[in-house]
Write a protein that binds this ligand. Structure first.
Ligand SMILES: NC(=O)N[C@@H](CC(=O)O)C(=O)O
Ligand SMILES: [Zn+2]
Ligand SMILES: [Zn+2]
Length: 345
């Protein structure tokens, strides 16, 4: 097989940042994806519908000429988000989901939720308007080992949350463990998950064996091979519960290559090609379209994209870096390395 044609994919979990950084990165996603769910973890975070509408305008203004890319906006849930904000969000037609960051779990999560009990009425409103809650599923308890934080989150937070709100639509974002993959597969239809390309392609050795590679440091952190295998199995299973969410999370080179480096892998420039590599490893390229282009819109209740894209089997090398903010580069995942598939321009 030398070419694959797919309905144009969407990215159901993306960080675009703001200002200069936004302008530097948005074209990479817009060249591949029809739409993307835009994460709200700016500083300060996007907590209101009015802020989401303004942020969407900045994204549209930063797009390359003629781009049809559509940003789908989210709100950042806090301890004090009122249920009325959810009603406003639903009425806007612009906000598609609300994001739960446990306070302190990841980049720009300081304003996140300290105890989900504070959000009960707001989450009940989400369930009643049918808007998905997107969850960064890691506990923040310092007693819990970083490699166990996702699995513990399922028991301590996810199961009680779903027991209390059985109709709530939940996307378990960027799952990284066998436990999460099995939990989602066995859950009712209102529970789905995004999976990143980097968690499908790499285990923690890539980050830590033979030298520490900060561009592979992201949250949730890369896990053991056993977990990568479980994610590959889930993504290629044909189940409509699993879909593409790159979690492409740009940070300046200097903020990654540091004594206390930021979490986040920059995968947007080669997103679909990285997923193609993972699906090919499973001999499952025939399952890529459902995962990348069909399952996400179905869960969100949106139409699939009307146009198609073509991937060609053609070896190419990722650039060593891209321009980012003034005086800073951004280093993509697999910088300088080769990929077997290339999206046809
Ligand atoms: N994934 C990451 O490692 N980082 C994300 C935050 C997130 O998605 O948790 C970021 O905003 O940089
Ligand atoms: Zn996250
Ligand atoms: Zn993210």
């Amino acid at each position: 097989m030398d070419a694959i044609t797919l309905t144009r994919p969407d990215d159901w979990h993306l960080h675009l940042r703001d200002d200069e950084a936004l302008s530097a990165v948005v074209g990479h996603t817009a060249a591949q994806m029809g739409r993307a769910i835009i994460m709200p973890n700016l500083t300060p975070p996007i907590t209101t519908t009015a802020q989401a509408i303004a942020y969407r305008q900045r994204i549209l203004a930063a797009l390359p000429e003629g781009s049809a890319f559509e940003p789908l906006m989210t709100l950042y849930l806090t301890d004090t988000t009122p249920p009325e904000e959810i009603e406003r969000a639903a009425e806007s037609g612009i906000v598609k989901a609300v994001k739960l960051y446990p306070a302190g779990a990841t980049t720009n999560s300081a304003s996140g939720v300290t105890d989900i009990a504070h959000c009960d009425d707001t989450i009940a409103m989400l369930a009643s308007v049918g808007m998905p809650l997107l969850v960064h599923g890691e506990v923040t308890d310092h007693e819990i080992d970083i490699f166990d934080r996702e699995a513990v989150f399922i028991e301590r937070v996810m199961k009680p949350l779903l027991a209390k709100h059985p109709k709530l639509k939940v996307v378990f974002e960027h799952i990284t463990t066998q436990q999460a993959a099995e939990f989602v597969a066995a859950a009712p239809d209102n529970i789905a998950a995004t999976i990143t390309a980097h968690h499908l392609l790499f285990n923690r050795n890539k980050m830590l064996a033979g030298g520490i590679r900060p561009h592979y440091y992201c949250l949730p952190i890369l896990k053991r091979e056993q977990h990568r295998q479980a994610l590959l199995k889930a993504a290629t299973s044909g189940s409509p519960k699993f879909f593409l969410g790159t979690d492409s999370a740009p940070h300046a080179q200097g903020d990654k290559e540091s004594s206390c480096g930021c979490a986040g892998a920059y995968t947007a420039p080669a997103a679909i090609e990285l997923y193609a590599a993972a699906f090919e490893e499973m001999d499952a390229l025939d399952k890529l379209e459902a995962f990348a282009s069909l399952n996400g819109p179905r869960f969100y209740g949106l139409p699939v994209n009307a146009d198609i894209v073509t991937l060609e089997r053609r070896s190419w090398n990722l650039p060593a870096h891209y321009p980012y903010t003034a005086g800073q580069h951004i280093i993509p995942l697999m910088a300088g390395e080769s990929l077997a598939w290339k999206l046809k321009a």
